[in-house]
Design a protein around this ligand. Structure first.
Ligand code: AMP
Ligand code: MG
Length: 382
């Protein structure tokens, strides 16, 4: 006996290549069987990649927490593929919830309901409520059906790291830790779903996402926010979505968000770069293009993840990485590339990161919610 070493416990992860809308029936069947046996499969959705297990199997939930290194009081979202299944896991589904489902499902909206007893406590982190979503991605919907209809899934990243929006990201974090990864290309939205608590008298947003307050109000005439959505992570202010209390989405480097007039922001960041270089540190800058003279406005870079290493043009050496996260005239492009850019900072061993503010009209609240957490609330106004 030589004891357990890494190769004893590490498993072989099967990687399935598929195009959006197209997964081979045989692969789908294998994926479904892994879930039914209690195993784990990472799968694409329109928001981020999910780390799926059988929502009705407590052992599968335990494995999800273990694979992510996630605290087990942080509940999972149950993914369904057809409306009838909602009533098998949720109680007290209101008229309002049905209206939201009709408008936004399949889509990037998670709703919280009272849970039925059929849902194991391990899946809901001990809560008597359950989070449910029907994703808007054909591979995801077919996979959930093949898996038996109820797939519990958090984002497919190691706990504390930025979420995964490509299969490459999932491989970085999960290779050897789960049974299978289905590659379905890049996530179209790139940020996790909006979470709305439907158990109270009016809908309450616990986590902002693509479906914003305006879009909820448009259907129900009413919406409120959990104060923790805006708040500092202070004691006493306990977020109603337990996951919101953890330091999340964070790159390894120290990220600072710089807000203010463009010129003031640029000069603040330039001073910061000079300081950091003097200390022998590597610096990253996250910004968005805003007009046709900017590099990323030329179509090509908008297609690919928004990283352009414009270091030489800016007169800096390899120690400075200028990253283009998207284009301000298409605010959704910024959401789509945010996690890719944060992960790039880790790959390039960046020590100090500056980002501009992206409080855009529609998805800006969700972008800034994630970015402020990634920055550990370091926001400078200049
Ligand atoms: P993730 O899928 O990794 O974004 O994590 C799921 C998120 O949903 C976490 O922030 C959880 O705290 C939240 N969540 C899941 N179930 C519930 C629930 N029953 N009540 C409130 N928040 C929930
Ligand atoms: Mg997550």
């Amino acid at each position: 006996m030589y004891g357990e070493n890494v190769s004893d416990i590490a498993m072989k992860t099967i990687i399935i290549n598929s195009e959006e809308n197209n997964i081979k029936d045989a692969d789908l069947k294998d994926a479904g069987e892994i879930i039914k046996r209690g195993g784990l499969v990472a799968f694409p959705t329109e928001t981020v990649y999910g780390l799926g297990g059988d929502a009705m199997n407590p052992e599968a939930s335990r494995k999800i927490y273990a694979a992510k290194g996630r605290p087990s009081d942080n509940p999972l979202i149950v993914h369904i593929y057809k409306m009838e299944d909602l009533f098998r896991i949720a109680d007290g589904v209101s008229e309002g919830a049905l209206k939201l489902a009709e408008r936004y499902w399949p889509g990037p909206l998670t709703m919280i309901f009272k849970k039925k007893e059929t849902v194991p406590d391990q899946t809901t982190g001990g809560l008597d409520t359950v989070a449910v979503r029907m994703p808007d991605n054909r591979i995801a919907l077919r996979f959930i059906e093949a898996a038996g209809g109820f797939v519990a899934a958090p984002s497919a990243n190691l706990s504390g790291r930025p979420s995964t929006t490509t299969a490459e990201h999932v491989i970085e974090d999960m290779n050897g830790r789960i049974d299978m990864i289905i590659d379905g290309g890049s996530s179209v939205i790139g940020l996790e779903s909006t979470i709305v608590d439907m158990t109270g008298s009016s809908p309450m947003i616990l986590r902002p996402g693509y479906i914003n307050g305006e879009m909820i109000r448009d259907v129900l005439g009413d919406v409120s926010y959990d104060p923790a959505v805006f708040g500092e992570e202070t004691e006493g202010l306990r977020p109603r979505a337990p996951g919101m209390k953890y330091r999340h989405y964070a790159p390894k480097g120290e990220l600072t968000i710089v807000k203010g007039e463009r010129e003031a922001v640029v000069s603040y960041i330039k001073r910061g770069i000079d300081e950091a270089l003097k200390d022998g540190k590597r610096v990253g800058v996250i910004s968005a293009s805003r007009d046709m003279t900017d590099g990323a406005a030329s179509g090509m870079e908008r297609e690919t993840p928004g990283i352009t290493g414009r270091t030489e043009a800016d007169g800096y050496g390899k120690e400075v990485l200028i990253m283009n996260v998207g284009d301000l005239r298409d605010e959704y492009s910024i959401a789509r590339h945010l996690y890719d850019v944060l992960r790039e900072c880790d790959k390039k061993d960046i020590d100090i990161i500056y980002s501009e503010d992206f409080s855009t009209p529609k998805i800006g609240q969700a972008i800034m919610n994630r970015l402020i957490k990634a920055a550990g609330h370091r926001v400078v106004e200049v």
